[in-house]
Design a protein. Structure first.
Length: 173
């Protein structure tokens, strides 16, 4: 069995909590995989063995090994700094779960600018007859077509028009 050359370390207490995390039925599969990656690494298992055993990519194994290594000193310090009044298992388990959880993501940038949203809402406030349409009330579908026809946005779904109007207010459509 190949030995890992990195300096991944886990205290006995951390190992017991990782084992608990793996065996808890309520633990998400992703956390189970990540905890097992750390545990297998402590056993000296090779990246290829871990990846094959868990059915994950080698890059995934490397990523979570690296994440643990980055946080292992912090975890050890944290473990030693837990006051006697605190539930040591609960507090340390929470920190371990934080380390093994996905990092926050920013999400996709907004598709429409504030100015475009203002123009969509303003159009919805106008009477369709005043803009030359032979209807008395907007529907989300007609408003979406008119917004695109005017070049306010390249394209927009009726659902997105509804979401904008719901969020930013407009007359009933």
């Amino acid at each position: 069995m190949a030995r890992l050359k990195s300096a991944l370390t886990v205290s006995d207490h951390q190992k017991s909590l990782l084992d608990k995390l793996v065996s808890r039925p309520s633990t998400s599969q992703y956390l189970v995989w990540r905890a097992k990656i750390v545990l297998f690494t402590c056993e000296g298992r090779a990246k290829s063995y871990i990846a094959a055993s868990l059915g994950v990519d080698g890059k995934t194994v490397a990523c979570w090994r690296k994440r643990w290594i980055i946080h292992q000193d912090e975890l050890t310090d944290f473990e030693h700094d837990i006051s006697p009044e605190q539930n040591k298992d609960k507090v340390l388990m929470s920190r371990i779960v934080d380390v093994l959880s996905d990092a926050p993501r920013q999400g996709a940038p907004p598709k429409f600018t504030d100015e475009q949203i203002k123009q969509i809402v303003a159009l919805a406030c106008e009477e369709p007859e005043d803009v030359g349409l032979p209807i008395s009330h907007w529907t989300h579908e007609i408003l979406a077509r008119e917004v695109a026809r005017r070049g306010i946005v390249e394209s927009i779904s009726s659902t997105r028009v509804w979401e904008i109007l719901k969020k930013y207010g407009s007359p009933s459509t």
